[in-house]
Design a protein around this ligand. Structure first.
Ligand SMILES: Nc1ncnc2c1ncn2[C@@H]1O[C@H](COP(=O)(O)OP(=O)(O)O)[C@@H](O)[C@H]1O
Ligand SMILES: [Mg+2]
Length: 257
């Protein structure tokens, strides 16, 4: 392990019935790095995020954070571990406002008096929390639509809100699952800039099919194929890797996701 290793996954395996979604995966995220995770549909990329976020329980494997072995996260321990993610797709609550969708990411839904009483949130906490939500929205340039229902937004703005919902938790580790999916060139360019800016405070793992995004923002890349890491290295190393070229050329007939 290098000194600046933030997160280390060792020998992670996840099975769904007879399907080996992940087999013996080893992965290391360093501080301040943008790590790409690529591979054909069904390779196991989202499953890896789900294991890191406690959505599924691994069959085997261990996890280290800041050089210390920890239990696999649970959804309710993520905030404390300073891990946040965006979902593949968007996953906003359509009939809640943009503001309340992001408030959920702050893990304290403190807008009603009842919830305030239930969570013990006082007025000063609530003001600070509201400011955090608004700051997260402004960071991704959707501060002006905070009071709108999520289902009234254009698709690119829903993607921005989903990123704000992750950023409001002020994560040390941010997992982005296909953030460029469905975006046009203008929004993709903006996303590239955001990711580069976030690097100073946040280490990022990004799953993405847009190779131009992956190649331009990632410091290193891991390639998954049928649940196994088949290559890792810098963007230029991975681009020239024969196993990677083969996996992608073969993926049209073998895709299973
Ligand atoms: N909850 C689940 N139950 C059963 N099979 C699953 C589940 N989640 C994912 N899979 C299967 O595991 C494999 C990996 O899926 P996934 O991690 O979503 O791939 P990727 O994100 O790389 O496209 C696929 O074959 C998928 O169908
Ligand atoms: Mg996926």
């Amino acid at each position: 392990m290098t000194d600046n290793t933030l997160l280390r996954v060792t020998d992670l395996s996840v099975n769904f019935g007879g399907l080996k979604a992940l087999s013996g995966v080893n992965l290391e995220l360093r501080k301040g790095e943008v790590l790409g995770l690529i591979g054909p549909n069904g390779a196991g990329k989202t499953t890896l995020f789900n294991a890191l976020c406690g959505i599924i329980t691994p069959d085997s494997g261990s996890l280290e954070l800041h050089g210390r072995k920890i239990k696999w996260p649970q959804p309710h321990t993520l905030a404390k571990l300073k891990i946040a993610r965006t979902l593949q797709g968007v996953g906003l609550f359509p009939d809640l406002t943009v503001f309340d969708n992001v408030m959920i990411g702050a893990n304290k839904f403190a807008t009603s008096g009842l919830m305030r009483a239930a969570t013990g949130t006082n007025q000063r906490d609530e003001k600070a929390l509201n400011e955090r939500v608004q700051t997260a929205l402004e960071r991704v340039y959707v501060g002006g639509v905070a009071t709108r229902r999520a289902d009234t937004l254009a698709y690119p703005d829903t993607k921005r809100v989903s990123i704000a919902r992750a950023l409001v938790a002020e994560p040390e580790i941010l997992l982005l699952d296909e953030p460029a999916g469905g975006l046009g060139p203008h929004d993709i360019e903006w996303l590239n800039g955001l990711i580069r800016n976030l690097k100073s405070t946040t280490s990022i793992i990004i799953v993405e099919h847009h190779m131009d995004v992956v190649m331009s923002v990632c410091d290193r890349i891991y390639v998954l194929n049928f649940g196994e890491i088949i290559a890792s290295g810098t963007p230029s190393q991975v681009r020239e890797d024969q196993a990677v070229i083969q996996a992608y050329l073969g993926s049209k007939s073998k895709a299973r996701g």
